[in-house]
Design a protein around this ligand. Structure first.
Ligand SMILES: [Zn+2]
Length: 251
């Protein structure tokens, strides 16, 4: 019953995350107006707005202008729904489940926006730092771990960005990445923040090498670090604790 509820709620929230993903980088309001076709601007009726199903029934095209609808919409809805079920299964009906769901939603939005626009909107990262710290006063990882996580996460990337800027005289890392890692530290604490950074660096390097081998990128190309941080932070928020304990078990 909990899983059915989580899956349906995930689809509906995923649909709302799509609105955020489309409108935040364009500086549009996320509350108004109702969803429209992004090509012809016609407002969508309720049956064109059903998560995943509408995309399948309409075969990925607008009924009026026939323009293709990005497959990213149903994918975001399906992934959000799957994440809700996964988190509900792992955390059960607890206050921490609610916090980790909010965190996962923010990661989904940042993942797609950084991939598409190479930005990480302050509207997500700054309130994210505050909410993460506030929740950590009452729940895992505790305020001390969260505060260290936020300062160490943001601080280390900020130092790296400054060093790179002075040495190479150009920007290699954005301040969006700095704020995003601070947010991850605030929600997950410093241990899982470090784990996220390690995961993200590994997958980022792996993808960079693969792209260079396929000649789709070179040493000058920029990869969206935020996308990799988001990709790493969600599994870290679920199985990170187990990995850290297993690792510390060696000592
Ligand atoms: Zn249209």
């Amino acid at each position: 019953m909990l899983y059915v509820l989580a899956a349906s709620l995930g689809l509906v929230i995923g649909s709302f995350l799509n609105v955020c993903i489309y409108r935040l980088p364009r500086d549009q309001s996320i509350a108004w107006p109702a969803s429209r076709c992004t090509t012809c601007g016609r407002p969508l009726s309720w049956y064109e707005n059903v998560p995943v199903l509408s995309y399948l029934v309409l075969r990925g095209r607008c009924r009026t202008c026939g323009e293709g609808i990005s497959a990213m919409y149903p994918i975001v809805e399906a992934v959000t729904s799957a994440l809700f079920v996964l988190l509900a299964w792992h955390f059960g009906p607890t206050p921490l489940l609610f916090v980790r769901i909010v965190f996962a939603c923010a990661m989904v939005v940042l993942f797609v926006i950084d991939l598409q626009h190479q930005i990480l909107p302050n509207e997500i990262t700054l309130p994210g730092i505050v909410v993460g710290l506030a929740c950590s006063v009452f729940l895992e990882p505790g305020w001390r771990d969260a505060l260290i996580g936020a300062v160490a996460g943001g601080g280390s990337l900020w130092l790296l960005a400054e060093a790179y800027r002075r040495l190479r005289h150009k920007d290699g890392l954005g301040f969006g990445d700095v704020k995003m890692l601070a947010m991850i530290g605030a929600f997950l604490g410093w241990k899982l923040m470090l784990l996220t950074l390690v995961f993200a660096s590994f997958t980022g390097s792996f993808v960079a090498i693969a792209l260079m081998l396929a000649r789709r990128a070179d040493w000058q190309s920029k990869l969206p670090l935020g996308t990799f941080l988001a990709l790493a932070a969600v599994p870290a928020s679920v199985i990170g604790e187990a990995i850290v304990n297993w690792y510390l078990g060696f000592y």
